[in-house]
Design a protein around this ligand. Structure first.
Ligand SMILES: NC(=O)c1ccc[n+]([C@@H]2O[C@H](COP(=O)([O-])OP(=O)(O)OC[C@H]3O[C@@H](n4cnc5c(N)ncnc54)[C@H](OP(=O)(O)O)[C@@H]3O)[C@@H](O)[C@H]2O)c1
Length: 298
């Protein structure tokens, strides 16, 4: 029997489920600026259906994408959900009428956000909820997360959340979080050119905790590098594919959630399951200067 294409990228434990390492991030399915409806709602649903048809079983979302729009699109496209699909959401922000991102970390706001996610996704319990720290809006900033995690742990006891993860956090906040409840994944900004979390990824790998890089392709500022283009040419792949393949090779606990609003880009991204990078290519890519330009991140 041949191995299904996506399985070639491997799997990893996420909570008590096992997911394929190539997943999908749904943020690009809302309108421009992650606000309002997409230009073509049918096309947005088609991307989700194509992801599932290709074997994706890990989708990242939030009710503050749109707001509400992305979750409603996921529900319209995929409900009732396949048994093996793990939907991961994040809470702690709300959107202003001007599309701004506003911290919403009070107990009432976190509880409301959880219920908004459940209602708009059409489910009774969510598999993983990431507490997305808004101590820093554009990147991790220190500050206790105990009050917020205590709320999430309570919602977990009520049976509304199966597992808790963290996003946009520092190692100290992860350590604090792990004293309060089990943390099943960490989602921070990381890619070929933004490698602040190198040591953190390796530490989480030792503990068997998935690390889920957001902006794997550079997010709002797509990755561009002559080295990346050269390696891609040599590998017969696109620069974006090489950027994803590098992440898959970087550490076994990395789960990918590249975002796209295009079926063609989705297929291109999932084809990475069959892209092998040579040791030479890895060495060249590792040499791309690490810099941590602060880009808006949500
Ligand atoms: N926790 C957080 O704070 C946080 C923050 C940001 C994002 N996220 C999550 O992480 C996921 C991934 O991040 P992201 O979507 O912002 O950024 P990303 O995956 O780094 O990049 C998405 C951008 O790359 C383009 N793209 C995708 N595939 C491509 C391809 N094969 N060739 C050329 N361009 C391609 C997309 O445009 P097209 O639509 O035209 O393909 C889009 O502009 C999000 O969907 C979201 O679920 C979390």
């Amino acid at each position: 029997m041949t191995t299904p294409r996506l399985d070639k990228a491997g799997t990893y434990k996420l909570g008590h489920r096992t997911v394929k390492r190539l997943g999908y991030g749904a943020m690009q399915l809302a309108g421009p600026g992650v606000f309002g409806p997409p230009k073509d709602p049918a096309a947005a649903r088609a991307v989700l259906r194509e992801a599932i048809a290709a074997g994706v079983n890990h989708i990242d979302t939030s009710d503050f994408y749109g707001p509400h729009v992305t979750n409603q699109t996921i529900r319209a496209a995929l409900h009732p959900y396949p048994d093996d699909l793990v939907i991961v959401t994040k809470i702690s922000a709300r959107r202003g009428a001007d599309a701004s991102w506003i911290p919403a970390m009070s107990p009432a706001e976190l509880t409301q956000a959880l219920h908004d996610n459940l209602r708009n996704l059409g489910i009774d319990v969510i598999e993983v909820v990431n507490f997305r720290s808004m101590h820093g809006i554009h990147g991790p900033a220190e500050g206790s997360i105990e009050p917020q995690l205590t709320v999430l742990a309570d919602l977990q006891r009520q049976g509304l959340i199966r597992h808790i993860g963290l996003s946009n956090v520092t190692p100290a906040q992860i350590a604090e979080g792990r004293r309060i409840c089990e943390i099943v994944c960490v989602q921070n900004q990381y890619n070929l050119a933004h490698r602040d979390d190198d040591a953190l990824i390796d530490a989480l790998a030792r503990d068997g905790i998935p690390y889920v890089p957001f902006f794997p392709l550079g997010g709002f500022t797509p990755l561009q590098s002559s080295t990346l283009s050269k390696v891609a040419e040599g590998a017969g792949a696109t620069p974006m594919q090489v950027a994803l393949a590098w992440l898959l090779r970087r550490a076994p606990n990395i789960l990918l959630i590249p975002g796209t609003s295009s079926v063609a880009h989705l297929r291109e991204n999932l084809d990475v399951a069959e892209l092998e990078l040579s040791e030479d290519a890895m060495r060249e890519l590792n040499g791309i200067a690490a810099h941590s330009e602060k880009t808006p991140a949500h």
